[in-house]
Unconditional design. Structure first.
Length: 447
């Protein structure tokens, strides 16, 4: 591709946070910013060309870089790595927001996609693979009696809410504090996650609550410590006549093949999945109780759940069958090893931070993790950094990226089956040595 724009290798570092960082830092982060700017010239030219044609709405994963006026565009991915437009190879801990459990371009999934392309990829009638994919999702848990395939995780969440309203005849949908915020999704009530007060509010609002949607493991605070509270939540919803929806878009087929349902031994009424069920391609699914799922076909339902975007492309179905089929066939050894890799990364990171007396912590739930600074994880229930650590939070992402490791906003990340022992060593080195840079630049505790 030819790019007409010109860019200076040192000019692009700016923006409100970029100005704040440059005014507060000594050489280490300045050097990281300068190095990233000089290494991403083609991405900068792409960004300038795009600005003439494409609005930058929706590129949420680039938010920290955008705030610093840094740009990065990925050209290819294989296994645990991605390569940008300048040919620089990065160790990827983003993994399609966790959907790429097997890493990028896994041979089994890739072969299935190529084969489907030879047969066509968009049809007006259902394909023969949908039943196979639905059965793989069904096999993930006893609660998944029936399955509806969707074009995205957002559509799946909307379908689940509509099903709950149609089945109960009530309108209210409740969510929890600290849940990962996705555009276009909202709730009529927000309850305190992990707190007994949430159970009391569900009982009090049982007359108007159709369902409660919960991330069993929050992406803003990945932890397996809420098992008892989740058990109480299941009982409270059942006794109150309120449906319980597990948002498994992050945990499904990652904590275990059966996701959080299997990990905690719980049975929600409905479960929502994201693009993990399509092998990383656009897809989603709702699964759950047969009587609730039957509302999809009930013409008398006060709200038509089928009005939500049901349907999924043939490519996504094929990729999903390949990915979930591989995970299912290898589940006995694959998930324990995957979760162990995540725990060891967190244990080593936290031991390092304690040994150096640095105010940083990595929380993890199996292969999901998040790094936070300060005594209070994330500073607020919504996952925002504590005020005294905001500059450190912004600088940390740049320092880690300059060492060739990609993480998601909020220093969240995932491990895949493609990450080798060497990859994990490199991740540990980048994540911990960037802490030392923060300390040496005097950033811990700066607003």
């Amino acid at each position: 591709m030819t790019h007409t724009a010109e860019v200076s290798p040192v000019g692009p570092i700016g923006g409100p946070i970029g100005t704040q960082i440059r005014g507060a830092l000594s050489s280490r982060t300045d050097q990281a910013l300068s190095a990233l700017a000089s290494r991403t010239a083609h991405s900068w030219m792409m960004a300038l060309d795009r600005s003439k044609v494409l609005p930058e709405v929706g590129i949420s994963h680039a938010a920290p870089l955008d705030a610093l006026s840094l740009k990065l565009f990925v050209k290819a991915g294989a296994g645990a790595h991605v390569t940008d437009m300048d040919g620089t190879r990065f160790l990827d801990l983003c993994l399609g927001s966790g959907a790429q459990v097997l890493g990028h371009a896994h041979p089994v999934v890739q072969e299935a996609i190529v084969g489907q392309c030879a047969r066509g990829w968009h049809f007006d009638f259902p394909g023969d693979g949908q039943l196979e994919l639905a059965r793989l999702i069904q096999s993930a848990g006893a609660a998944n009696e029936r399955v509806a395939l969707c074009g995205s995780g957002r559509s799946a969440a909307a379908t689940a809410a509509a099903l709950a309203r149609a089945f109960t005849g009530k309108a209210g949908i409740a969510a929890f504090t600290g849940a990962f915020q996705r555009k276009g999704e909202s709730a009529q009530a927000v309850l305190p996650y992990g707190h007994p007060a949430a159970l009391d509010q569900i009982r009090k609002r049982a007359h108007d609550l159709a369902a409660v949607m919960v991330e069993p493991v929050r992406t803003t605070d990945p932890s397996l410590e809420r098992a008892l509270w989740l058990q109480e939540l299941v009982i409270t919803c059942r006794e109150s006549g309120v449906l319980l929806i597990f948002d498994e878009r992050q945990t499904g087929f990652r904590l275990s093949y059966g996701g959080a349902q299997e990990a905690f031994g719980l049975m929600p009424d409905l479960a929502v999945y994201g693009k993990v069920v399509g092998g990383g391609l656009p897809s989603g699914a709702v699964a759950g109780r047969a009587d609730v799922m039957a509302m999809l076909n009930d013409p008398k339902a006060p709200e038509n759940p089928a009005a939500a975007r049901l349907g999924i492309s043939s490519l996504s179905v094929t990729a999903g069958i390949a990915a979930l089929g591989y995970l299912h066939a290898n589940r006995a050894g694959l998930f324990p090893a995957l979760n162990d890799a995540g725990r060891r990364l967190a244990d080593r990171f936290n031991a390092f931070a304690r040994g150096e007396r640095l105010p940083a912590e990595m929380r993890c739930a199996g292969s999901m993790f998040r790094i936070s600074f300060g005594a209070t994880l994330g500073g607020t229930q919504a996952g925002e950094p504590a005020a005294s650590f905001r500059t450190a939070e912004a600088a940390y992402g740049v320092l880690v990226l300059s060492r060739g490791v990609m993480t998601l906003p909020g220093h969240r990340g995932f491990v895949s089956t493609a990450h080798t022992g060497e990859d994990m060593e490199n991740a540990h080195a980048a994540l911990t040595q960037s802490l030392i840079d923060l300390r040496d630049d005097g950033l811990f505790g700066q607003a």
